[in-house]
Design a protein around this ligand. Structure first.
Ligand code: UDP
Length: 318
C-alpha cells in the first residue's frame, strides 16, 4: 500500500491557500495548513477541521518553523495579497516574503521536500512589455506603496533559485496573475470582491481612474490545477499561471452588474499610486510544459463567485 503524501501549505487559510487545501485533500494527500490569520480566515478551512489527514497550525511562518515527520512538498502561499493589505501591513508583507520564504525553504531542505513558491505577476510591476512573458524582468518601483509586495516576491524568487542552485533543492516558482473565486475576503479591496459586494448591496461600483487599465482574471479552480501540475513537473524556472482573457476594469464592473442583475451605478475614484496600466499573462510556457490552460469562462466563474458573496453577505446581515 502506498503511503499518503504530505504537503504543508503556508497561508492555507487564505483565499488561494484554502482552495489548495481542498484540492490536495481531494487527492488524498495529508495537508498541514499553516496560517497566522492576519488576512486569512478560519472560516475558509472550517469544513476541513477534524477531517482525517488535515491539520491546522496557527503560526507565523516568518518565525522558526518546525514540524515533526516527513513532508513531501511545501507550498509557500502565506502573504497579504491585496493592495490595501500591503498598505496596512507593509512590514509583515516584507517579512513573510523574505524571512517567511527563508524559513519555508529551510524546512523544505531539512525534509528533502519539493518547494513551490507563490510568486506573482507583480514582479513585472507596471509592465512595459505586453503580454508578460517569463523572461521579462519587470518595471517595479521599489519604494512605492506596492513595492513591499513586489520586492518581497522578487527577493523570494531570488532566494528560491539560490536554494535550488546552491543546495540542489527541488523548487518551483509560479507567477500568479489576478485570480478570483469564492472565499475572497469581502472587504479585501480588490476589484472583483469590491464590485461584487457593491453590486449585491445596491451600492455604487467604485472604478479607480478612468477604468481603462486592464487585468486578466483567472478562476481559482483553474489556478489550483495549474499549480498541481507545476508541482509535479521537473521545471525550476518561473511559470506564469493566469487567464489571458484581458479586459478593462470598466468592462469588469459592467460584467459584475450584468451577472448580479444589479441596478447600481458606476462611480470613478482616484487611481492608486503605481497601479499597473496593463496586465495579461503569456501562458505559452504553461501550455507547453504543463499542458494547462484555463477552462472556466468569466460568466461561469463570476456567477459562482457571486453566489458565494451573496450567501456570506446575507449571513453578515443576520
Ligand atoms: N480597482 C477598482 N476599483 C476597486 C478596486 C480595484 O477600479 O474598488 C482597480 C485597481 O485600481 C486596479 C484593478 O482594479 O486597476 C485591479 O485591482 P486589484 O486590487 O483587484 O488587483 P491588482 O491591482 O493587484 O491587479
Amino acid at each position: 500500500m502506498s503511503k499518503k503524501r504530505r504537503v504543508i501549505i503556508t497561508g492555507g487559510a487564505g483565499f488561494i491557500g484554502s482552495h489548495l487545501c481542498d484540492f490536495f485533500m481531494a487527492r488524498k494527500w495529508e495537508v498541514v495548513c499553516m496560517d497566522n490569520l492576519l488576512t486569512g480566515s478560519p472560516d475558509n478551512v472550517a469544513h476541513l477541521l477534524g477531517a482525517p489527514g488535515f491539520t491546522f497550525m496557527d503560526m507565523d511562518v516568518s518565525g522558526f518553523l518546525h514540524l515533526a515527520g516527513p513532508v513531501d512538498a511545501i507550498l509557500h502561499f502565506a502573504s497579504p495579497a491585496s493592495p490595501i493589505d500591503y498598505l496596512e501591513h507593509p512590514i509583515q508583507t516584507l517579512k513573510v516574503g523574505s524571512l517567511g520564504t527563508h524559513k519555508a525553504l529551510g524546512l523544505a531542505r531539512e525534509k528533502k521536500a519539493t518547494f513551490l513558491l507563490a510568486s506573482t505577476s507583480e514582479v513585472y510591476g507596471d509592465p512595459q512589455v505586453h503580454p508578460q512573458q517569463e523572461n521579462y524582468w519587470g518595471n517595479v518601483n521599489p519604494i512605492g506603496p506596492r513595492g513591499v509586495y513586489d520586492e518581497a516576491k522578487r527577493f523570494a524568487e531570488a532566494l528560491t533559485m539560490a536554494y535550488h542552485r546552491s543546495h540542489g533543492l527541488d523548487t518551483k516558482i509560479v507567477r500568479i496573475f489576478n485570480t478570483y473565486g469564492p472565499r475572497m475576503r469581502i472587504s479585501d479591496g480588490r476589484a472583483i470582491p469590491s464590485f461584487l459586494s457593491q453590486a449585491i448591496q445596491g451600492k455604487p461600483l467604485t472604478v479607480y481612474g478612468d477604468g481603462t487599465q486592464t487585468r486578466s482574471f483567472c478562476f481559482v479552480s483553474d489556478l489550483a490545477e495549474g499549480i498541481y501540475r507545476l508541482l509535479n513537473s521537473r521545471y525550476h524556472l518561473p511559470v506564469n499561471l493566469g487567464n489571458p482573457q484581458e479586459m478593462t476594469i470598466l468592462q469588469m464592473a459592467r460584467e459584475v452588474l450584468r451577472v448580479t442583475r444589479s441596478g447600481s451605478r458606476i462611480v470613478f475614484r482616484p487611481l492608486p499610486v503605481d497601479d499597473p496600466k496593463v496586465r495579461q499573462p503569456c501562458i505559452t510556457l504553461a501550455r507547453r510544459l504543463l499542458h494547462w490552460s484555463p477552462k472556466v469562462g468569466l460568466n461561469r466563474g463570476l456567477r459562482e463567485t457571486a453566489r458565494d458573496f451573496k450567501k456570506r453577505l446575507a449571513a453578515t446581515r443576520r
